[in-house]
Design a protein around this ligand. Structure first.
Ligand SMILES: NC(=O)c1ccc[n+]([C@@H]2O[C@H](COP(=O)([O-])OP(=O)(O)OC[C@H]3O[C@@H](n4cnc5c(N)ncnc54)[C@H](O)[C@@H]3O)[C@@H](O)[C@H]2O)c1
Ligand SMILES: [Zn+2]
Ligand SMILES: [Zn+2]
Length: 394
């Protein structure tokens, strides 16, 4: 089959690799019909290379048709249409029982000290072959895959794999009071979907921050009060003015470790890119490598007693944080990989009706064959050509 494979920093290729097969009785194999490109893939493309094997298949936002089922699978049959969550969870351990599927105790990557295994997401997360491919082996298929009805186009359901549950969790973790106010930093797919969900769930004021003009326009078009961080001399003051002088009830960080405009850490990230993988891995696991400008902005923005919800991915282990303000302002911090399965029952009603309240069918900007994936990674990273959400159709 054809698959998108990793070969080094900003070097991904479409290659022919062996078809996946059933390896465990609880596996299924799907034929992938649509598969997303995510901001998380950009971290792999740019800074997480030392944790990825040469030739590893990337991608964690697939859906498709069940092609083969393992002996132990009674929940699915050949021909079913399914969306595959980016985290692999068993559905019967203590963590899964408690709605913490991204910490699943059956798939936890214990030798790396990490949570549940993820598709296509480094040795830290189990080095499981990913979904930017023609076929995908899905472990723990008794629980993971979400069955969806035939009929509507793939985009109606595809974002259940990651964007929707991640954005839903971001808003849930923001603990907004009724008619609350929230600032979303970063208006990529995750941040922008979080603004839509916050509106849907009754937020009174949703403010969105970014620096890419077409992303600001996009969010503004559905009622988000947008601020261009490059164009606003004093963001903190501007947000305070919009929130009665107090600051918002919550701030969602949907940017993560590669925030623009954070020079020190940017240099550190570049340096690790020049070191041999083994040395770089050690350095990244022992030194702070995140660009923290956005997180520190979130700490400054949030009102006293408010909540910061982090969905942007961070990976440094010695990041200097503004503990003084975090403590003095009595801030609650909630974060983590999305527990995808946990939020599906909340999301389904918003996808199944005739309307499309979250606008999922017009969410993606690009639908491309998988062969164009290497160019699409570059365009998406550089935020050119209006690339906001790219979906491959293998
Ligand atoms: N927690 C999870 O389960 C989970 C799941 C999916 C994605 N993520 C993470 O969420 C983050 C966003 O993902 P995405 O797909 O939306 O990616 P993206 O890269 O398209 O979005 C990031 C946005 O942040 C903006 N940005 C960068 N620096 C900024 C700054 N200083 N101030 C304001 N805006 C800034 C960028 O212009 C961009 O629009 C990534 O870190 C990704 O890894 C987490
Ligand atoms: Zn993703
Ligand atoms: Zn589990």
């Amino acid at each position: 089959m054809k698959a998108l494979t990793f070969h080094g920093k900003r070097d991904v290729r479409v290659e022919t690799v062996p078809d996946p097969i059933i390896e465990q009785p609880t596996d299924v194999v799907i034929k992938v019909t649509s598969t997303g490109l995510c901001g998380s893939d950009l971290h792999l493309y740019e800074v997480l290379g030392p944790f990825i094997g040469e030739g590893d298949i990337l991608g964690h936002e697939p859906m498709g048709i069940v092609e083969a089922v393992g002996n132990a699978i009674t929940e699915l049959k050949v021909g079913d249409r399914v969306v595959v969550p980016f985290n692999i969870s068993c559905g019967h351990c203590w963590m899964c029982d408690h709605g913490l599927q991204s910490q699943c105790e059956t798939t936890q990557v214990r030798d790396q000290g990490m949570g549940a295994a993820l598709f296509g997401y480094t040795k830290l997360y189990g080095e499981v072959p990913g979904g930017q491919a023609e076929f995908l082996r899905v472990p723990q298929a008794q629980y993971g895959p979400i069955k969806v009805p035939d009929g509507p186009p793939d985009d109606r359901f595809l974002f259940l794999s990651d964007v929707l549950p991640t954005a839903w969790q971001a808003v849930e973790y923001a603990q907004l009071p009724p008619e609350g106010s929230v600032v979303v930093i970063g208006l990529g797919p995750i941040g922008e979907m979080a603004t839509r969900i916050a509106q849907q769930r009754g937020a009174r004021l949703v403010i969105g921050l970014d620096l890419v003009p077409d992303r600001l326009v996009r969010a503004h078009a559905h009622g988000v009060h947008t601020l261009d961080v490059n164009d606003t001399p004093d963001i903190v003051e501007a947000v305070r003015e919009l929130t009665g002088g107090r600051g918002p009830d919550a701030v969602i960080d949907a940017v993560g470790m590669e925030a623009h405009g954070a020079t020190g850490a940017a240099i550190a990230q570049k340096l690790t890119g020049l070191l041999p993988d083994a040395v770089a891995r050690r350095l990244m696991q022992t030194a702070g490598i995140d660009r923290l400008s956005v997180l520190n902005l979130a700490i400054e923005l949030v009102r006293r007693g408010g909540t910061i919800s982090l969905s942007g991915v961070y990976g440094g282990t010695a990041d200097p944080l503004n503990m003084l303000q975090l403590f003095d302002k009595q801030v609650t911090l909630k974060m983590g990989q999305a527990n995808v399965r946990r939020w599906i029952d909340d999301l389904m009603p918003l996808l199944e009706g005739d309307g499309d309240p979250l606008g999922v069918e017009s969410f993606a900007t690009h639908h491309l064959p998988l062969t164009e994936a290497p160019a699409a990674y570059e365009t998406f990273q550089k935020k050119q050509d209006g690339a906001f959400k790219v979906v491959f159709r293998p």
